[in-house]
Design a protein around this ligand. Sequence first.
Ligand code: KIV
Length: 266
Amino acid sequence: MSKKITVKTLQKYKENGEKFSVLTAYDCYTAKYLDKAGIDVVLIGDSLAMVALGYDTTNKITAEEMKIFTSAVARGVEHALVVTDMPFLSYHTSIEDAVKNCGMMIAAGANAVKIEGGTDYIISVVERLVQIGIPVMGHLGFTPQFLNAFGGYKIQGKTRETADLILVQAKKLEAAGVFSIVLEMVPEDCGKYITGNLSIPTISCGAGRFCDAQVLVSDDVFGKYPEFKPKFARKYGDMGELILNCAKRFDEDVKTGRFPSEEEVF
Ligand code: KIV
């Protein structure tokens, strides 16, 4: 099996024109499967607020909660880079709070953190984190923590002017030291334009085929989250159906006396 993937490995992938894969995980054993499958980066996304905890937005999860899921995932991963998504308000109140909360994720087992946005404040947070040895993944385009400000799930960077604004922020993040940037829900042309103008890898989350990597929420990939499937997500299986089917068969076996059998008792 391959060696541990680090931020340096991802930079080499970019330089060699090799694509890499990113999936989310929220528990130890899903993380183990992803690691075994050869996924390069396992992200404890704040999407867990919605797909695992049942909230209606990602803004309802706290740093303390993310820490619990981070340590569970980190225990399951041997090879992949483990990245924790910093939740809403965990890095916005001050650089000191950002350092404390991001440091807590590293202490819980993450190798890096992801933060959203590219304003001057965010750049100063990135600079401080990088200075103290915390690798940072950026996130631009549609940034879910800005859902209320965007007025809904809206594609960003549709015009040359708005694509340029994203590029300016991406360049500032790159200069501040982020090791990669997620580009979410931007047109493919915009994804290509930004990728071609950066020397760090871009990770597409609905940003098209020309980014250096692709990320999806694993519950979408496994067919487990029934509420909503974004256009850019691909369902590779039907875990929802599998769980329903197993639960129904168990229910039936219990009620008809077929479970437990003679082999299943002491
Ligand atoms: O929260 C999340 O899962 C994410 C990825 C989809 C990029 O931010």
